[in-house]
Design a protein around this ligand. Structure first.
Ligand SMILES: [Fe+2]
Length: 578
């Protein structure tokens, strides 16, 4: 708040002089659980009162429900593949007016410069954006990321106005083991919000984890897990984005046992633009919760006040004097579909693009792979070759072994339903290239490549021809990153993601159109609908999802946390690090 603003707002409230009145609304009070037919008075971006107000500028709600704008408790903006301004344009009309973002992806590519860039891109938008600083960069020691963030690095950003605390502490083994590096980070943010990320952690290990500082968790996938974490003092964020494990079971458990919901919130984590457009955003989770028996007012409170309280946000999440005029208007209390959204006191126009701050040069041209060619993708076959078997409709994979087709020199040749997969280090031109065999992608006559490859975001490419695989990777290197589908030396579809190789600065409709073109082109090469081939490809290099993954360091068995074999090029020590 600028100097003089408070005095002006106090005067406006005392004299009853708003700049906007929303009249004839059924106003939801998340503090008392009351719904009152009344008016809400706003001065610029702040609510100054609820009751009998009038002014020249009035918006007639015609008896619709008026609730606080919804809050996403944990989201990675980068996963939308658009800039924060475009992301705001898509989620605001769905009623999400505040987000708590974790810039983990851009930090893995560009480190401190990545953080500075996403803060700059998020300033002065109608969406209220807060940040948690990514705690695990790099995410694992089994791949090469673009950067590493130490406790000292994070400390440089701790006092940024947009920063709330420390982001999801996904390296829970380090926390439980009391590793020095991790403890430094936790101690630096002691007393501030610290997000947890501890799937299936239980018993004494969970106690140790909670004691260390993380106070939220968005990884619960069943009701007993949710209850144990609640019991241990954690705030639970029920996640419904691209991943939505066990949501209905957890909601049913909460209803059946009549658990208090004041320490339960909602988040999306990762949700693609197409899905947000088709089913909604946080309002979708609210509606699912209501459909499972959570009382509508409780569900709305879970998506507003609860989240604001958990993260220490003082002026959002309720309709009361001094709160930000972030509001949503909807007709049916059991199905929250906003007919109007106010952000900072202004009516949101879903059809008007939100201008983005300029993209900082420091996060452009982020693809720096060492020169590579088809020779670098050769893979010597073994008698019992480890193969990554994809599982329909899931991101988990299975490790199988088999005899693979070879040429006369004993090198793997993709055929019989087997493709070649490669991960090419693209941050510091180290020349690391991991190569493996994957079953279930069904790519024939070409290749698909991406620079969105969680969590280190190297170039991941799948195909049946070394020449096309190299061509696809070179295409992405030339344009600064993105997704591409190529066939016989021709680019069939390309989505350029020039912002760190993760986000596009093109208009939302252009990005959506190019995503559809990519999918169509992938299907032309034989990819089936059992799993979105682009999403699947983006996760095949993430060495924390069972059972087997390929990184630029080699083929990795997630169950034993060890390499089955090392990268085919530039591998220099047994741990997988150069
Ligand atoms: Fe996350």
């Amino acid at each position: 708040m600028k100097a003089g603003d408070l005095s002006r707002l106090i005067t406006a409230a005392r004299k009853g002089k708003p700049t906007l009145v929303i009249r004839n609304a059924r106003v939801i009070n998340v503090f008392t659980g009351e719904i009152t037919e009344t008016n809400v008075a706003i001065s610029d971006d702040t609510i100054i009162g609820v009751g009998n107000y009038s002014c020249e500028n009035e918006y007639n709600a015609h008896g619709a429900y008026l609730a606080p704008g919804l809050i996403d408790g944990h989201v990675h903006i980068e996963s939308s593949m658009v800039t924060p301004a475009s992301f705001a344009q898509v989620i605001l009309p769905n009623g999400t007016t505040s987000i708590i973002a974790d810039p983990h992806e851009i930090a893995n590519v560009a480190g401190k410069e990545g953080l500075k860039a996403i803060f700059a891109l998020s300033k002065d938008l109608p969406l209220d954006i807060h940040f948690m600083l990514p705690s695990c960069v790099p995410a694992t020691p089994f791949e090469h990321s673009g950067a590493a963030l130490s406790a000292e690095d994070l400390a440089e950003f701790a006092d940024e106005p947009m920063v709330l605390g420390l982001g999801e502490v996904m390296d829970y083994p380090s926390v439980v083991a009391g590793s020095e590096d991790m403890l430094k980070k936790l101690e630096r943010f002691f007393g501030r919000p610290i997000d947890g990320h501890a799937p299936m952690l239980t018993g004494k290990a969970l106690n140790a984890y909670c004691l260390a500082g993380p106070r939220t968790d968005h990884e619960c996938s069943n009701f007993p897990e949710l209850k144990e974490k609640l019991r241990n003092g954690m705030v639970i964020l029920i996640r419904m984005g691209s991943a939505a494990n066990g949501v209905t079971e957890m909601l049913d458990g909460i209803v059946a046992e009549g658990l208090p919901t004041d320490r339960i919130c909602f988040c999306t984590d990762d949700k693609h633009l197409e899905n947000i457009r088709s089913e909604g955003h946080i309002n979708h989770i609210v509606n699912v919760a209501i459909s499972r028996g959570i009382r509508p007012l409780d569900a709305i409170r879970m998506a507003t006040l609860n989240t604001a309280t958990a993260y220490g946000l003082k002026r959002v999440g309720a309709i009361a004097p001094g709160y930000r005029a972030n509001l949503i208007l909807f007709d049916d209390l059991h199905t929250v579909v906003p007919k109007a959204v106010f952000a900072n006191g202004k009516l949101v126009d879903p059809n008007t693009p939100i201008p983005s701050p300029a993209v900082p040069e420091s996060v452009k041209n982020s693809v720096h792979a060492a020169p590579f060619g088809p020779e670098d993708l050769k893979l010597k076959a073994k008698t019992f070759m480890p193969i990554i078997e994809t599982v329909p409709h899931q991101l988990v994979t299975r490790l199988v072994t088999g005899i693979v087709p070879t040429d006369e020199n004993g090198y793997f040749v993709p055929e019989d339903g087997l493709n070649k997969l490669a991960v090419i280090e693209r941050h510091h031109a180290t020349g690391h290239v991991g190569v493996g065999v994957v079953e279930g992608m069904h790519i024939k006559g070409g290749a698909i490549a991406a620079t969105v490859a969680h969590d280190s975001h190297n170039i991941v490419v799948v195909g049946d021809s070394d020449t096309d695989m190299c061509f696809a990777a070179e295409t992405l290197q030339a344009c600064g990153g993105g997704f591409t589908v190529v066939s016989n030396g021709e680019v069939k579809a390309l989505l350029e993601l020039p912002v760190a190789g993760l986000m596009s600065d093109a208009p939302v409709e252009t990005v959506l159109c190019k995503q559809r073109e990519l999918l169509n082109a992938a299907h032309m090469l034989g990819a089936d609908d059992a799993c979105d081939p682009l999403v699947l490809l983006s996760f095949l290099a993430l060495p924390v999802i069972p059972e087997v993954r390929l990184t630029d360091c080699g083929l990795f068995d997630v169950r034993t946390m060890s390499f089955l074999y090392n990268s085919v090029r530039s591998f220099s020590d047994a741990s997988g690090r150069a």
